[in-house]
Write a protein that binds this ligand. Structure first.
Ligand code: IPD
Ligand code: CA
Ligand code: CA
Length: 258
């Protein structure tokens, strides 16, 4: 049996160091905001500095591992061990001065996440999981919510960056779900949304066209907390629903599956 604890310790140390970088730039005039795909897709200097730090630690300590990270080309992504990094998830929030943002770090072995860390530095929230060992929020074990009635549930979602050009942009699904739930939220960080389902702060979450770095750590955390994770599109990158099992069928029935 491989002991993943030292990898977890490293992932947490990297996440905390990256979080310090986020906080150094947060609400400052030094953000250097640039757009990527379109005006909805932004990157700041904090995304880049956070990534630089994490990649330098991994390449120094684990030169035999691969890395997939949002703001740079992958490094040896075919390797048996690889790290999946979102150096700053929730950049739109971050760039506006809104506190819902985090760093997400996962370690995959043979394509499967075995360690996941999501750290929101401004909120002081750290989620982690090791495959088969449960999920934790600031060191305490968490399990997902146990609601069984959709109208009593609070769920989150997001809209894809190609929302203007692609009609499969989640608007229809939002219109169907919003009247049927207690509340619907757009919190702006996929990694935190998944972690919040894990902790029972949200009862469900779905989103289309996510990338591997948005969800790798969060999906391990939410699965280890006992939630169901379902793919809701075949050919739209990662399109997923993560939900407490008691409302899985009710929420799924409102989301188009392709
Ligand atoms: C984004 C956030 C957002 C989600 C987007 C993601 P980024 O990541 O997770 O909540 O709706 O699809 O791309 O760009 O802030 O790292
Ligand atoms: Ca992201
Ligand atoms: Ca990001």
């Amino acid at each position: 049996m491989i002991d993943y604890n030292s990898y977890l310790d490293d992932a947490i140390a990297m996440a905390r160091a990256a979080g310090d970088i986020h906080l150094d730039f947060f609400r400052s005039s030094r953000l250097n905001i640039e757009t990527k795909l379109n005006d909805s897709d932004v990157v700041t200097i904090a995304d880049k500095e956070s990534e630089k730090l994490i990649v330098s630690v991994i390449t120094e300590k684990y030169p035999e591992h691969g890395i997939i990270t949002e703001e740079s080309s992958p490094l040896h992504e075919e390797r048996e061990w690889r790290w999946i990094i979102d150096p700053l998830d929730g950049t739109t929030n971050f760039s506006q001065g809104l506190p819902n943002f985090c760093v997400s770090i996962a370690l995959e072995h043979k394509g499967e996440a075995v360690v996941g860390v999501v750290y929101a530095p401004y909120l002081g929230e750290l989620f982690h999981a090791i495959k088969g060992k449960g999920a934790f929020f600031n060191g305490k074990k968490i399990i997902c919510g146990n609601k069984t009635i959709l109208s009593e549930s609070v769920v989150a979602t997001g809209m894809p960056y190609d929302k203007l050009d692609n009609p499969d942009n989640n608007l229809q699904e939002i219109c169907k779900v919003a009247p049927k739930v207690r509340g619907i939220r757009r919190l702006g960080s996929a990694a935190l949304d998944l972690s919040y389902v894990a902790a029972g702060f949200l009862d469900g979450y779905w989103e289309l066209n996510l990338k591997r770095w948005d969800i790798s750590a969060g999906m391990l955390i939410v699965k280890e907390a006992g939630a169901a994770v379902v793919s809701i599109r075949e050919n739209r990158n990662f399109s997923i629903m993560a939900v407490s099992r008691g409302i899985e069928d009710q929420l799924l029935s409102l989301l188009k599956i392709q």
